[in-house]
Design a protein around this ligand. Structure first.
Ligand code: ADP
Ligand code: MG
Length: 684
């Protein structure tokens, strides 16, 4: 029901409320306080202690004038009393205060007590006049709402109170009684009453719990409900362990890390089951995910089935093709590559061979998703660098097989709780270990006055046979003034640093055609180009182990996760590597971010910090996944509730409980919540 139908809300207030995102009366019930002031325990002046925060009921005893302090401020003081003593309220630079009180008037004061010598004081206390002892609007635990300049706390409190009194029938219980009972939850009306105007601390806590529970439960239930609707009774390819796995392992150019071995074990076991694998592999940049994909695809091919790997860019697809071909070279498998630049003739052959089963493993870009691509028996789909893909694209590939196993690999470190939340029922493997011998990338944060020295350092590394990246952010024309462009960086390098040698420096920018980009990347990989200046983010995942320097210009323009990805382009071999962040940022948040980069190389730590700085929601595209915003729960702090609700949701879905009458309101709720928004293929 539109908020304007609430009594006492005129057109002005309705407009102000909309500016807070409140459109309906239902919205207002769910507009939760960000904090509370505990005014529940009023005290007598005699009992006040230095430093405590209290509520008092007192009478105005004396209104002193305003005087100037030594530091030039206006100080207004007013003396209050109760039947046990006196206390002085002090306000700075608010001379009008003295006009708001009348001697003899009763007021409610709230604030921190200071004892100065014999005198008790409260500096800038909050006050309320005309209060009524029984009015919980004044005495009690008071809500503090997130507001903008248009509405006052008092106005919003009154509007909400009014809604709670006059429109409470709009608050309908959606949780069935048996759930309320089992988890000891207060009913919805009690919860909403008390989240706004708590009777006491205990009721407040119970209400918070109930609302967090509901919020997380609805999401988990929605995820599981839709997952089941697409995934029920799936029988999958049952892929046995190949007898040649051991041989493959012995032929690898390196020894697998423990984390890699564990992940591979988990994958192979999944593929042996009758149910399609649905696994997310998270491993920091450079943790060695490619070999894991190679082994999984190898095992699939050995059983006579086909495997496909989807990469977000041509460069990456080619790189995977060449590393995987090389890792599996001794095993006479037919491995193919398909991208946008595959010629028509090659493509025709590939399509035929795929359809009749000649090709065992195919690696490709979006070209793999085209309609005319058909498989004989696609049993495993691997997608790399998942955050670059829409979930729909992954689903398209999956639909080319009959319930193939799915492996998703991502280098975006997501804290486990977030992954649990976002991926609902996906199993997760974490590669929390880098291959031996990797050196930590030394990271520096410098000002642009150091640029020449930084470029000279690049020159020194190039002289020693190494390579370097310089990444410049893409800038809008209008912002050009402060940001260095790739062209400028290129000119400076060629003309000053490398004394006119323009053969070894190249620019890569977004406007180039794919062929041009590939050509330059290829030259960089071969080592002909020593310094690559890039306007776009260097392709996620490129592997040039000889590159030892990553310079990021105007580094403040990048998020932490992005900087971490960029840094991951160096330090991929055993050579000592460096990441230099150039920035003249002056704002604290940017400086904090860049400083964090210099302190840790751990992607998980970085993503947690990123969340602290930026908040959870925006970060990993939760919205893109179609998940609603969290209003009250916090997936880090409320991990226990998250688990409880996840288990409960799973149980209810397994038992088909949502079909029952008592669950109908709940089912309607999740259907409306997730309507069109949820991309159910998240799970496939
Ligand atoms: P990412 O997880 O970022 O995709 P890659 O699979 O590209 O990482 O691996 C990064 C580099 O580490 C590659 O050069 C790869 O050959 C190498 N590598 C992978 N696993 C190991 C290992 N266990 N020991 C040594 N080097 C490894
Ligand atoms: Mg990779």
């Amino acid at each position: 029901m539109d908020i304007k139908y609430l009594k006492g809300v005129g057109p002005k207030n309705a407009e102000y409320l909309r500016s807070l995102g409140i459109y309906t009366i239902e919205d207002i019930f769910y507009y939760f306080p960000r904090d509370y002031e505990d005014r529940a325990n009023t005290k007598k002046i005699r009992d006040l202690k230095d430093g405590e925060i209290v509520t008092l009921i007192a009478e105005v005893a004396l209104i002193n004038g305003t005087r100037k302090t030594q530091t030039g401020k206006n100080l207004t003081s007013i003396v209050f009393k109760d039947d046990t003593g006196f206390i002085t309220g002090i306000w700075f630079n608010q001379p009008y205060i003295k006009k708001t009180f009348k001697v003899g008037e009763k007021v409610l004061l709230y604030g921190k007590v200071n004892r100065r010598f014999a005198e008790l004081q409260m500096v800038d206390p909050k006050y309320e006049k005309n209060f009524d002892n029984n009015d919980e609007n004044s005495v009690g635990i008071l809500p503090i709402y997130p507001l903008n300049k248009y509405l006052s706390q008092k106005t919003l409190r009154n509007i909400i109170k009014n809604a709670l009194i006059n429109k409470r029938e709009l608050l309908k219980e959606i949780l069935p009684k048996r759930i309320l009972d089992e988890f000891n939850l207060v009913d919805i009306q009690t919860a909403i009453d008390n989240i706004h105007f708590p009777k006491n601390k205990d009721m407040l806590n119970k209400s918070i719990y109930r609302l967090k529970f509901e919020e997380l439960f609805l999401i988990q239930l929605g995820l599981q409900y839709y997952k089941k609707s697409i995934n029920s009774d799936l029988s999958a390819y049952n892929i046995p362990l190949s007898g040649r796995l051991k041989e493959l392992k012995e032929k690898l150019p390196f020894e697998l890390t423990n984390a890699q071995s564990r992940t591979i074990r988990e994958i192979l076991l999944d593929m042996k089951k009758n149910k399609p694998m649905n696994r997310l592999v998270q491993g920091d940049v450079g943790s060695g995910k490619t070999v894991i994909a190679a082994i999984a695809m190898f095992n699939c091919a050995e059983a006579g089935y086909q495997a496909a790997m989807l990469a977000p860019t041509e460069i990456l697809a080619e790189q995977h093709f060449s590393s995987i071909t090389s890792l599996l070279k001794d095993f006479d498998l037919n491995i193919a590559l398909i991208t946008g630049s595959t010629t028509k003739k090659q493509k025709e052959k590939i399509l035929t061979d795929l359809a009749n089963g000649e090709i065992d493993i195919i690696i490709g870009t979006h070209a793999l998703l085209q309609e005319n691509v058909e498989f004989k028996n696609l049993a495993l789909v691997v997608t790399d660098e998942q955050h670059r893909f829409g979930v729909r694209q992954r689903a398209t590939l999956v639909s080319k097989g009959h319930n193939p196993h799915v492996l998703v690999m991502t280098a975006t470190p997501i804290p486990r709780t977030l992954a649990l939340f976002m991926y609902g029922d996906m199993d997760i493997s974490i590669i929390n270990e880098l291959p031996k011998g990797r050196q930590k990338v030394d990271t520096y944060f410098v000002r642009s006055t150091m640029r020449e020295r930084v470029y000279n350092f690049i020159k020194k590394e190039v002289m020693e046979g190494r390579q370097a990246y310089i990444v410049c952010p893409l800038v809008e024309e209008s912002e050009k003034i402060e940001a260095i462009s790739a062209e400028e960086a290129y000119d400076f390098l060629v003309n000053n640093t490398f004394n006119g040698n323009d053969k070894i420096v190249a620019v890569l920018h977004g406007k180039m055609s794919n062929e041009e980009k590939d050509f330059i990347m290829q030259k960089f990989k071969e080592g002909a180009i020593k310094v690559l200046v890039s306007t776009t983010v260097v392709e996620v995942g490129v592997n040039v182990p000889n590159a030892t320097v990553m310079v990021v210009e105007n580094a403040e323009r990048f998020g932490l996760a992005q900087l971490h990805q960029l840094r991951g382009r160096v330090g991929r071999g055993s050579l000592k590597s460096y990441c230099i962040l150039i920035s003249d940022a002056t704002n604290k948040e940017a400086i904090d971010r860049l400083t964090i980069m210099t302190k840790t190389n751990d992607g998980f730590v970085i993503s947690e910090k990123d969340m602290e700085l930026r908040g959870t929601g925006e970060l990993f595209g939760m919205r893109q996944h179609g998940l609603p915003d969290l209003k009250i729960a916090d997936i880090f702090k409320d991990i226990e509730i998250l688990k409880t609700t996840r288990d409960l949701a799973r149980r209810l879905i397994e038992d088909n409980m949502l079909e029952k009458d008592e669950f109908e309101p709940l089912r309607i709720k999740i259907e409306s919540m997730f309507k069109e928004k949820i991309d159910i293929t998240t799970f496939n």
